[in-house]
Structures are given as C-alpha cells and as structure tokens.
Design a protein around this ligand. Structure first.
Ligand code: NAD
Length: 354
C-alpha cells in the first residue's frame, strides 16, 4: 500500500500522529490528533485487524478527521482524534492497554480517549489504571446511550418536519434495528411521545424488555422490511448496503449506528429510492455533547445543546437539497465551512493582536 503519511496529514490538516509500539505486549498503535480545537481532541480507541501498518494509520487519519467534523457540527468545544490498535499483533492485552494508557497520559490531556469498535470493558479497566484522560461518561452523568437516544429523537423529529412540514410523532411508525443501550432508550422515548415502534434484536432478553415497553417485536432479519415512516439503525455499522436498501419501506433513515452505510456512495442509492438519510454522525452526537460538556463545566443538563441536533439536521438536509448533493456530502461541506470560518477568525484575531 503506497501511502505518504506526512503528505496525507498536510492535505487533511492533521496536527500530529503518534506511532506507539511495545514489543513485549505486542502493542502496535497509531494515535491521530486531527485538530485539537480549544486545546482538546476527542476520539475512540478502535481495536481491529489491519492488513498493514499503513492501512491502520490511514484508518486513524480518516476517522480522526471525521471526528472533528462531528464535533464541529455538534457544537462541541473540541476536535477529533482516533486511536487504532492492530488487534492481531497483541500478545498481552492488559499490558498493551496499560502501555497505551501511559502514552495517552503523556499527551497531557489534549487527547480524551473513549471506546470504539473492538474495545472492551476489560480494555477500559486496564487503560484507566494508567490515564485519567478518558472521555467522561460515568459519575454524575446518565448512561451515554440515553443521551444519544435523546439527541436522536430530536434529529428524527427534525427529519420528519423537513419532509412533512410538521412532525406529529403520534401518527408515525418507527422501525428500530437493535434494542441495546441506544435503541431501547430511543424506543422508550418515542413510545412516550405517542409513536408506534417496531423493533428487532437477536438478544431475546432485550426483545422481552422492549415488548414490556410496548414495542412490536419482529425477527431481526425482517426489520428492514417493516413498513414504517422511519428506519432507525441502532445496531452495528454497515447494515445498509446494496441489498438491504432495496428492501426498505420507509421515507426516512435516521439512526445512531456509526457508519451505517456499507459504502459512502450508498447515500446516493438511498436518494435514488427517494429515502431521506440523516447522516449518523450528525444524529448520534448526544453522548459526545453531554460527556464533553460535563467534563468542561460539570453541568449535567445539556438539553438545550441536544436540541440543537435538530437544527443541525435541518441545516444539513436543506443544504443537500440546495446543492443537489447527498446529505453525507452536505454534512461534510457544512462542517468544513464552519471549521474554515473558525480558523480564519483565529488568524484574524492573532493578526489584530500582533
Ligand atoms: P449496544 O451494544 O448496547 O446495542 C446494540 C444492539 O444491537 C445489541 O442489543 C445487539 O444485540 C443488537 N444487534 C446486533 N446485530 C443486530 C441485528 N442484525 N439486528 C438487530 N439488532 C442487532 O450498542 P449501543 O451503545 O446501543 O450502540 C448502538 C450503535 O450506536 C453502535 O453502532 C454504536 O457505535 C452507535 N453509537 C452509540 C453511542 C452510545 O452513546 N452508546 C453513541 C454514538 C454512536
């Protein structure tokens, strides 16, 4: 894989990338800090099998840049970062995580790490022994999934308003794929608001709990076929691809699952089918907003900021309509412009004071 790290960083505006290794534990990782806005960068730790160092580094670069866009759109005072750990190289996992924790600690707080794909509770425990620079979600705050579900509800409401001119959740049907931390909390909120909720999860304990809330449970393999107004993917990424998109019987896709489109150009396929797509990174920022805000200010009520997810959704959807672009392209464009304006303002201020 041909790949010039510094060229890539220059083009994407990366601040720094750290290569971290320890032979004894088999730790091989990259920490990419894209843009430490306001002195801080947020991003999860992904533990994944990569075919090469270059592939791992590129993933860290792309994901950290996407995280900056997510922060900018969410109004979070911070930028994006990402750690990727090469899973199949690890020899002693607790030791590898402890070493990674030391490296994060050495960064002095500019990087706030959180969980991502492949990162386990045991990893978190090993890491937390060596660093306290972890994205805050614990003491004093409600579980992350509940904050994410609240933001997702506001995003769904905004999407329906954009389509129909009004929301009227009590007349709507929402099909939720995945009844875990986010999906279950979202189901409860929507039922409370009067919507009909269809849900699916392979975990029978979770579907039992959902039924008790009033969710109409269907088979996990059939949820994409459910006739509804909204399909809300809240399970794993990549669940929307060539085949599942053809089966959808909804007008709006709006869920929390990260990277729900198997490929970015699947946004075009949804468009072609007349289905409006709210990008997951716009909709699922609730826990980021609440966690980052709590860490800075110690405040626990972030409802006004979570409500802004709805405004951002509308702005992105309108931009896509105006530009005839996909909503994913529009979200990136809006974030890039906001970031450029911010960088220009900082430059102007620096120029004025010198
Ligand atoms: P979770 O693990 O608590 O729940 C996921 C659920 O999906 C599980 O109950 C699992 O059994 C179910 N599932 C797996 N495969 C399925 C399938 N084929 N069909 C239906 N259900 C299936 O995870 P979570 O915290 O609720 O997160 C859900 C998604 O949202 C993830 O993609 C996550 O990355 C993303 N996300 C979560 C948060 C958060 O605050 N928790 C924030 C941002 C993004």
């Amino acid at each position: 894989m041909e790949f010039e790290l510094l060229d890539w960083m220059a083009q994407s505006g990366h601040d720094r990338v750290l290569a971290v290794q320890e032979a004894r534990s088999g730790l091989r990782a990259w920490i990419a800090l894209h843009h430490p806005r306001h002195g801080r960068a947020y991003g999860g730790i992904r533990v994944w099998n990569y075919r090469s160092e270059a592939e791992a580094a590129l993933d860290a670069l792309r994901l950290s840049q996407a995280m900056t866009y997510k922060c900018v759109l969410a109004g979070v005072a911070g930028g994006g970062a990402k750690t990727v750990v090469m899973a199949d190289q690890i020899l002693d996992r607790p030791r590898a995580m402890a070493r990674l924790g030391e490296k994060i600690q050495e960064l002095g707080g500019v990087y706030r790490a959180g969980p991502d794909v492949g990162f386990t509770v045991a990893d978190q425990e090993a890491l937390a022994k060596r660093t306290h620079f972890l994205a805050h979600h614990g003491s004093g705050l409600r579980p992350a999934g509940e904050a994410t579900a609240e933001g997702a509800e506001y995003g769904i409401r905004a999407g329906l308003e954009f389509l129909d001119g009004e929301c009227r959740l009590e007349e709507k049907v929402v099909a939720i794929q995945g009844l875990g931390a986010v999906g279950m909390a979202l189901a409860a909120r929507l039922i409370q608001a009067g919507a009909k909720v269809i849900g699916a999860d392979p975990d029978s304990e979770r579907t039992r709990r959902a039924e008790a809330l009033g969710v109409q449970v269907v088979d996990a393999g059939a949820i994409v076929d459910a006739p509804a107004d909204v399909f809300s993917p809240c399970a794993l990424g990549g669940s929307l691809h060539d085949l599942t998109i053809q089966r959808l019987r909804v007008r709006l896709v709006a869920g929390a699952a990260n990277n729900v489109l198997a490929r970015p150009d699947h946004a075009r396929l949804l468009d072609d089918r007349g289905i409006l797509f709210i990008p997951d990174f716009v909709l699922n920022a609730g826990a980021l907003i609440e966690g980052a805000g709590f860490e800075r200010e110690g405040r626990t009520d972030w409802q006004p900021e979570l409500l802004r997810i709805g405004q951002t959704v509308k702005r992105v959807l309108q931009r896509a309509r105006d530009d005839r672009s996909t909503t994913v392209e529009a979200a990136h464009q809006v974030a890039r412009e906001m970031l450029q304006r911010e960088i220009q303002k900082t430059k102007n201020r620096a120029g004025a004071s010198s």
